[in-house]
Design a protein around this ligand. Sequence first.
Ligand code: FRU
Length: 440
Amino acid sequence: MTEFIRKKYRYSFHLSPEKGWMNDPNGLTFFKGRYHIFYQYNPDNNRPGKACWGHYSSNDLVHWQSEEPALLPDKEYDQDGCYSGSAIVVNDRLYLMYTGHKNLSSGYQETQCLAYSDDGIKFYKSLVNPVIPYPPKQNTHRFRDPKIWKENGQYFAVIGGESIGHRGQVNVFKSNELSCGWHFIGELVKAKDKDGEMWECPDYFELAGNRFLLASPKGMINQGVNGFTSIWLKDVMLGQTLEEYQIHYVDEGQDFYAPQTFVDQKHNRRILIGWFGMPGLQELENEPQVGALTIPREVRLKNGSLHFPPIREIEELRLDKTVLKKKMLITDKSELDIRLLGSSFLLLIKDLEKLSFIQMIYDNDELSVSFCDKFRDFSKVIKIEKITDIRIFIDQGLTEIFINDGEKTFSNKCELHDQLGVTLEGEFSGDVYRLRGKFC
Ligand code: FRU
């Protein structure tokens, strides 16, 4: 099923289903020459429900085609949701490892399951599901979101969890085979008390000889929205349990959660995509559709830190170019590409009718970013020594800001529609592009 009718979509170049609810990206992969993104999807209404795996595919990460859902909650072990998970390609076959969610009279049960496909479109669930039927003894029933990979001929999966003492933890399982033999080998990380009671959607990878863990803690004290945020940790070694760590935020905005990465073999790079949304923070109103995915971002290691610039192919969305001026009007589907030449600036992007706005003020190595509309008034100040460039993508209410080629990013909703007024003070040069939609 190809969706050609762009105007039906709420967002222009962000992936979002025509109707229903979308949350986490799942099973990101490059398989038989095509990119695949799956996602947590409730087609029935605009709230979380019995999740199935929605599906998009693409040749180039810019033009996307909507496919039939890949996994439906139709087995006893996943009857209340095919929850988040990941993909792995083995011998020309695409495998998905996901969490089967089943409600019980008291609480719920979460098990890890497999499905496979030879064409990347039609998936079959393994007959021996669930392949990991129980959480480790040290973990409560909150046990989900397997990220699978192969290393030295063996399969590994990190699985999000909650310790018996109600702290987040990431469990590691190992097996010689995909569909059997999975066993617990230890915790990769045990969260400190204030860092959340459950760590969801872990991802574990190597970049330039360093090992990184991504996770989305739930219940972190004084962080994110209602304690939900996404973090990365460095020097996380397989076979050890990290208990002392330094937290870095994947994104500084209010609407970013559950990111996942995958290796793009075509261009030899790692790409990250997040949910442009947040548990417990949706402006539902009468929208038939809620939730989107972020622009794909490259994962780069620079001076010991992870940076997340937008993939370069995103430039293919550019329609026409105008030189950036101190005062100008732009549309609500635009990219601002700004080079900063001084040590301070002010940038204001304002909806002319609704009075919603985005404001960025930089001075004395401090950047203050505000998003203000009828739903929210959010401001955040971050320390940043020098700002050389900023790219801002505006898509009818979604804004992604990339500072210094992805050193810091902000993903935030803000009701910016139709004609927007831009005011820029400081020394700068740059361009503004009108952007087109994501579907062919
Ligand atoms: C994160 C999450 C995952 C779970 C999924 C259910 O947003 O709670 O832990 O698998 O959403 O939709």
